[in-house]
Design a protein around this ligand. Sequence first.
Ligand code: ZN
Length: 187
Amino acid sequence: MMVVKFGTPVLRQKGARIGAVTPAIKQLIADMIETMYAYKGIGLAAQQVGVAAQLTVLDVRGITDRPSSLEMEGKAVEVDDFMPMVLLNPQITPLGSPTLGPEGCLSFPEIYADVERPELIEVRAMDGNGENIQFRCGGLLARAIQHEADHLNGILFIDRMAREIKEEIRPELDALQEETKRANQEA
Ligand code: ZN
């Protein structure tokens, strides 16, 4: 699948809640995981492949210099054992204090900037098998899940940047948006 870029309207759409994991949803999950790996991303939201739905896939194993933590039922577990991770209708509760960290986004190629987000979160969601899951996580995984959960509500990482940081990258953002609009018109 193609990842759509900033300037494509679907990125601003709130995703529809997913009621059940149908064969069509299973296929979408498989296609999204494949696309995430093809683009070397650590997370991908349905909006980024043109579908406004509450579905995201993640895999933080590709980044080894930024640690993640994961706790299931009060016990620390191996992050790698739960990758790739599939989250449907995720609900995030922030637990830790906000920390600043670098972020990128497959819909904003070559644009990176610091974003402040809670360091630790609790997540409730449905997994790729339709089971309800609940866990706590921190570090890179917590940041990635918050970034993706935002996508599902039509929120982009530029919305979370401090004003002065966003102003700094404004020319790149404007250029990307223009380029996307032009490409979408031609398509
Ligand atoms: Zn993103």
